[in-house]
Design a binder for this molecule. Structure first.
Ligand code: AMP
Length: 532
């Protein structure tokens, strides 16, 4: 068949930066540095600095397709490094400084990073790992104001540079998963997938961004591309406010002085903000929306934002999905619902926007109904979902193109999706599934419980039964009976843990999630009294 007759316009990331610098050149990019300094740039300035950086990378002999790494918090130079590296055809690799040393060594070597830009607070880490990193040739400190620092490097160039051009399916960025088992895996984003994801993320039924927004991404740029905000925000022409620290007092002050309308972060970040608000009586006065994801946001948190008149945009995604997949999207009749009914929806992980296809399947891969009750393994496909991990020999998707997320979910008839667990964590009792997450969330609602982890342990009759490990709050003497009593109000009777044990602490991953693999290993031979 003859092809259509429209223009060749490759969906490359630099089109986003060109657009925002042309249409919103004076929209600001503000940074509060860790030492208290504040710098004010704008999108025209970021465009200029990105050209200068691209020039320098070319002079250093970096080639299109080469990986340029960063180890840094959020600030304008970090943003410049993304666009500068991608502008010369490079692939930006954001390294998560909270990973363990062996993972940090593995991923930089696996990605074959050639340059590392980093914050001086990570100098000890860099000194420690430098001898192990085999491919990095150049190290530059972002916040060094001296002759070898990032600013001096930019100042030495004139910015007379035209972006490298190539096909839209070329890579532009790599992010590694912070997996709990095995080595981290690299997800290689393309120019095309990144632009499509930016268009999706900015949509009214996803983040709903516009040029009147002022965005403060608390989510670090090394966590799943800061949820795509540096791209979606550029597309929308938004102003950006960055803070190099995550101190709630600084964040709250910036939110008010810069009139921030959108903040984005994981639930723990917002908990810290609430503590600050309760302690000082201050509160962010201009926020219209907060985006929260990375793990399930507690109902009480979402309710508090609603009561403040702030839209709590609960979203779900993963590094493998660029990362935003589903988001809260109020449907027909939303305004007629009671506050509680609205909260029920806000607590779920959102609706399924165009470009994302979801289904749930059982362990044999048979599709399960969207009936609001059946839970199954959540699978996803779409143009910004991973196909194959970097350097892997096999695709990460099945013959139908479905990627298994490792999450367990329920799909509701109203089109919303609800995560109930991770598939490895779900407790399989008598052929039915018990959500470890639901048990834990119910348990932490019991006064005196600081943190809780539910794991399945062997049972001769039921296969597995729940064991609940609890860290008491300081000074609390809460008993297993009290916790069980509390749980009966929130979960089905057959979900109640067979035993509750008290522990001093629980293991966590680098991104703060419970490390259940370690717990399962530790309790694999545990004999439940009910198993006798
Ligand atoms: P990461 O790739 O580190 O962002 O982790 C992705 C995982 O975080 C997902 O597979 C989920 O298990 C979890 N996650 C992300 N967002 C949510 C959410 N809103 N509710 C529950 N779990 C979430």
């Amino acid at each position: 068949m003859q092809m259509g007759a429209m223009q060749d316009f490759e969906l490359r990331v630099m089109r986003l930066l060109d657009h925002v610098a042309r249409e919103h050149p004076t929209r600001e990019v503000v940074t509060r540095w860790a030492d208290g300094r504040e710098t004010r740039n704008d999108w025209a300035g970021i465009h200029r600095n990105a050209r200068k950086l691209a020039q320098r990378l070319v002079k250093w002999g970096i080639n299109p397709g080469d990986r340029v790494a960063t180890l840094a918090m959020n600030h304008e130079h970090h943003l410049t490094s993304w666009y500068g590296a991608m502008g010369m055809g490079g692939v930006i690799h954001t390294i998560n400084p909270r990973l363990f040393d062996e993972q940090l060594i593995y991923i930089a070597n696996h990605a074959e990073d050639r340059v590392l830009f980093y914050d001086k607070q990570f100098q000890p880490l860099v000194d420690r790992l430098k001898p192990e990193w085999t491919s990095i040739e150049r190290y530059v400190v972002f916040d060094d104001l001296g002759p070898d620092g990032f600013q001096a490097l930019l100042d030495a160039e004139d910015g007379d540079y035209a972006w490298y051009e190539g096909p839209e399916r070329e890579p532009c960025m790599i992010c590694y998963t912070s997996g709990t088992t095995g080595n981290p895996k690299g997800v290689l984003y393309e120019h095309r997938s990144t632009v499509l994801h930016a268009m999706h993320a900015a949509e009214p039924w996803v983040m709903g961004l516009s040029a009147s927004d002022v965005i403060l991404p608390i989510v670090p740029m090394f966590h799943a591309a800061a949820w795509g905000l540096p791209f979606a925000g550029a597309l929308a022409g938004a102003k950006f406010v960055y803070s190099q620290t995550n101190d709630a007092a600084v964040l709250c002050e910036l939110m008010n002085s810069e009139k921030v309308t959108i903040g984005s972060g994981v639930p723990t970040v917002w908990l810290a903000m609430f503590q600050h608000m309760d302690a000082t009586g201050e509160e962010p006065r201009f926020l219209r929306q907060i985006t929260v994801g990375g793990s399930a946001a507690p109902r009480a948190m979402l309710a508090r934002f609603m009561d403040m008149g702030i839209k709590p945009l609960h979203l779900w995604g993963m590094t493998e999905t660029s990362p935003v997949a589903t988001a809260l999207a109020p449907g027909p009749g939303w305004g007629d619902l009671t506050r509680d009914a609205q909260l029920d929806i806000v607590c779920k992980q959102g609706s399924i926007p165009f470009g994302v296809e979801l289904r749930i399947v059982d362990d044999e891969g048979t599709e399960l109904p969207r009936d609001g009750e059946t839970s199954g393994r959540l699978q996803i496909r779409g143009p910004w979902v991973v196909k194959r991990y970097f350097k892997a020999e096999q695709d990460a998707v099945d013959a139908g193109g479905w990627f298994d997320t490792g999450d367990v979910a329920v799909l509701h008839p109203d089109g919303t999706m609800q995560i109930t667990d991770r598939s490895k964590d779900v407790i399989k009792s008598g052929g039915e599934w018990i959500s470890s997450v639901d048990l834990e969330n119910a348990a932490v609602g019991c006064p005196g419980v600081g943190e809780a982890a539910a794991i399945g342990v062997y049972h001769p009759k039921w296969d597995e039964r729940p064991l609940l490990l609890v860290v008491r709050k300081p000074g609390s003497a809460v008993t297993p009976q009290e916790i069980t009593q509390h749980l009966t109000q929130h979960v089905a009777k057959w979900w109640l843990p067979d035993e509750i044990l008290f522990v001093d602490d629980l293991p966590h991953t680098a991104t703060g999630k419970l490390l259940k693999t370690v717990l399962r290993e530790q309790y694999k031979d545990y004999k439940l009294a009910t198993a006798a």
